[in-house]
Design a protein around this ligand. Structure first.
Ligand code: NAD
Length: 252
């Protein structure tokens, strides 16, 4: 798989950058979308600077989503692979304490952001006659977790959107899958650890590791390998699937 045009939201984050690196290492071009220009520039520098475009955009804003798709197509004429990956996880509060606007903000980024990405990318892929989408769900797409109502609801919804989109475009040479990571060592996990044991992230880190059959956190690169596979022709008969990348957590 070379010379592919790979669009990645949340491209300045831990998993987004790792997916970009995997594709760059294999001779593809990446377009990174994220909220802030400075973090996108840092990501671009981290990744070596070549074959990388950056686009500032908020995945909850329909105009921004249309813009990141239009700009990619204007420049490269197509989107071969789309990683619908941007996400947030907090605030961490039980249902009774979570404000409506806090709940809606998580849903807007994690669910509406994925919906809008599909809404604008899939018609472009239909026009091309091919394409591949990999949404970022989570282990949270399968389970409940006290104190994380927004995150859990939003990622269950990503699983539903993945399966629905796969069925809508299955006869158009477009595949739609999802990765379901858990406990991957990025800023998001650091936030969770700080929340569980304020000021002592190592403490909750050790407790969290005890709940992982592998006894360790995953790396963003380990997620990127699976995401790359799903975006490649090696996964040519795979659609509507969720791939766990979680050190065995879902099996437990
Ligand atoms: P991260 O915080 O490093 O990256 C998330 C990125 O999304 C950030 O760069 C952030 O700026 C961006 N983002 C947030 N809101 C946005 C918006 N409105 N518009 C555009 N970009 C926005 O975390 P990560 O671990 O790399 O997370 C990537 C994805 O993986 C998320 O969807 C997350 O829910 C999912 N995930 C992560 C883990 C984990 O353990 N790290 C586990 C399961 C799922």
């Amino acid at each position: 798989m070379t010379n592919k045009i790979v669009l990645i939201t949340g491209g300045a984050g831990g998993i987004g950058q790792a997916i970009a690196k995997e594709h760059l290492d294999n001779g593809n071009t990446v377009v990174l979308v994220d909220l802030k220009e400075d973090s996108l520039n840092i990501a671009k520098e981290n990744l070596g600077g070549n074959n990388i475009e950056i686009i500032v955009g908020d995945v909850t804003d329909e105009g921004d989503v249309k813009n990141y798709v239009d700009k990619t197509v204007e420049k490269f004429s197509r989107v071969d692979i789309f990683y619908n990956n941007a996400g947030v996880n907090g605030p961490f509060k039980p249902i009774k304490d979570l404000d409506k606007n806090e709940f809606e903000k998580i849903m807007a980024i994690n669910t509406t952001g994925v919906f809008l990405g599909l809404k604008f990318v899939l018609p472009q892929m239909e026009k091309q006659g091919f394409g591949n989408v990999v949404n970022t769900a989570s282990n949270a797409a399968y389970i409940g977790s006290a104190g994380m109502p927004g995150y859990i609801a939003s990622k269950h919804a990503v699983a539903g959107l993945t399966k629905t989109a796969a069925l809508e475009v299955g006869d158009k040479n477009i595949r739609v899958n999802a990765i379901a990571p858990a406990a991957i060592d990025t800023d998001m996990l650091t936030d969770i650890r700080n929340n569980l044991s304020p000021g002592e992230p190592e403490k909750s880190g050790e407790a969290l590791k005890q709940g992982i059959p592998f006894g360790r956190f995953g790396t963003p690169a380990e997620v990127a390998k699976v995401a790359y596979f799903l975006g490649s022709e090696d996964a040519s008969f795979v659609t509507g699937s969720l791939y766990n990348v979680d050190g065995g957590m879902q099996a437990d």
